[in-house]
Ligand binder design. Structure first.
Ligand code: ZN
Length: 321
């Protein structure tokens, strides 16, 4: 079967000035909640059940149509890494980059909808907990500085994770210094850590990743749907009566360290889930050479991936603030 040859997007332009909002679904092919939510919002807009009053809204329901068709995370590679325009596109995702990057650079605000395999509570990812990233937008003739923390507080979630990029780059620096470990060349390139949100910020936008819940849980689609309506409402792009305004009290979680798998037989000592709290000195994992990895402080674990390959990110540690 040939690879998909086009990308579908829905765009709506209000007749009054306002922010430009881009919503991405299906960056990972097995994460369907964003695609479902976007298609439902599109139906409401097409039927004029909701109307864009100002600004512009573009939604890409299935950002990686190859991965979606395969019902897998990746098509030929992870679309949420190495995300920038390519002069000489090689794999399927390079071609997607060359279509999606110019769309991103036309927008002020990017909301990227994902889901996860294990864990319970939905959460959002922003650039930094310490220095809140912002952009200037216009709402009803007023210039406003909008921050990523504010955008995250509109999404109906209670947990916001930050400092992924810094922590990822720290991991890259450490990999570069390591001897005797098979080095996958991509993992030594800082740019490999560039995903949709990182690329958006380079282009002056604010961007939040929303992890809506578990892959197959219908609640994840509802969370994505409500988040889109809430953002449209808070930006005053739709009629007020169309959304329930709810600003969450957020708990911030700051990533500070990433551990790579060094060898295939490195393994976890417990079946860790996202946000599991860990007390200082708890044994988290054991390397193939017998070395145990202990928690350096009271912390929580994020993105534990028991199937990580040697030389790849295995798990992250974060401090609860
Ligand atoms: Zn994802």
């Amino acid at each position: 079967m040939i690879n998909p040859t086009h990308l579908e997007a829905y765009s709506f332009f209000g007749l009054h000035k306002g922010p430009s909002l881009l919503i991405l679904g299906g960056i990972h092919g097995d994460e369907i909640c964003g695609s479902i939510a976007i298609k439902n919002i599109n139906k409401l807009l097409v039927n004029k059940d909701i109307n864009i009053l100002s600004g512009s809204l573009t939604m890409i329901p299935v950002a990686n149509p190859l991965a979606a068709r395969l019902n897998t995370r990746n098509g030929e590679r992870n679309l949420n890494r190495n995300f920038y325009p390519k002069k000489n596109p090689k794999d399927f995702e390079d071609y997607l980059n060359n279509v999606i990057c110019p769309i991103i650079s036309k927008h002020d605000i990017i909301l990227d909808l994902h889901s996860f395999k294990t864990g319970i509570k939905p959460f959002a990812l922003i650039k930094s907990i310490d220095e809140d990233h912002s952009t200037n937008i216009e709402i009803h003739g007023q210039n406003i500085k909008l921050y990523e923390k504010t955008l995250a507080s509109w999404l109906g979630i209670e947990t916001v994770v930050g400092n992924w990029t810094n922590t990822y780059e720290k991991g890259v620096m450490r990999r570069k210094k390591m001897q005797n470990v098979e080095k996958g060349h991509l993992n030594l390139d800082k740019r490999y850590g560039m995903g949709t949100t990182e690329y958006s910020r380079l282009n002056g936008a604010i961007a939040v990743t929303l992890e809506c819940g578990q892959h197959q849980d219908p609640t994840s689609g509802d969370n994505a749907f409500n988040a889109i309506l809430s953002v449209l409402g808070q930006l005053k792009m739709i009629e007020k009566k169309r959304y329930k305004s709810k600003i969450s009290n957020i708990k911030f979680v700051k990533l500070y360290n990433v551990f790579d798998k060094n060898e295939f037989n490195d393994r976890f000592l417990l079946s860790w889930k996202n946000f599991d709290p860990i007390i200082k000195n708890t044994e988290i994992a054991i390397r193939a050479n017998g070395e145990k990895i202990r928690a350096p402080s009271n912390c929580c674990i994020l993105f534990p991936n028991k199937n990580a390959l040697p030389g790849q990110e295995w798990f992250y540690l974060a401090e609860n603030l």
